[in-house]
Design a protein around this ligand. Sequence first.
Ligand SMILES: C[S@@+](CC[C@H](N)C(=O)[O-])C[C@H]1O[C@@H](n2cnc3c(N)ncnc32)[C@H](O)[C@@H]1O
Length: 112
Amino acid sequence: MQDWGSEKVLKDEEALCLDATSYGNVARFINHRCLDANLVEIPVEVETPDHHYYHLAFFTTRKVNALEELTWDYGIDFDDHDHPIKAFRCRCGSKFCRNMKRSNRSRSAAVR
Ligand SMILES: C[S@@+](CC[C@H](N)C(=O)[O-])C[C@H]1O[C@@H](n2cnc3c(N)ncnc32)[C@H](O)[C@@H]1O
């Protein structure tokens, strides 16, 4: 189930997926950063006489310096090996990197 915000929990059949594989704008170039990314996404309902649909609006979570990279936590579970899409190897560099934690875990397991 998707939970966007808090008021409404969508059932799977009502959930929306935005896929920028074939079409998108400059937001397609935003890279992932684990946990301490400087952007969050807010779904914004766009209303026309015929349709209601969503855009994802990105907002910064803190002051961003000139030339600082904008990053967004894609919400990937790097431990989910059953996911149909294989996750990339994260190189976000965050000290909270979920992929890094996984690498460290396997390394310390190998040392034992
Ligand atoms: C939406 S695109 C981001 C733009 C992409 N870097 C580019 O130059 O076109 C997502 C892809 O970028 C790469 N990517 C994004 N964040 C990454 C990260 N933290 N570590 C490694 N690769 C990353 C992955 O290949 C991912 O599938």
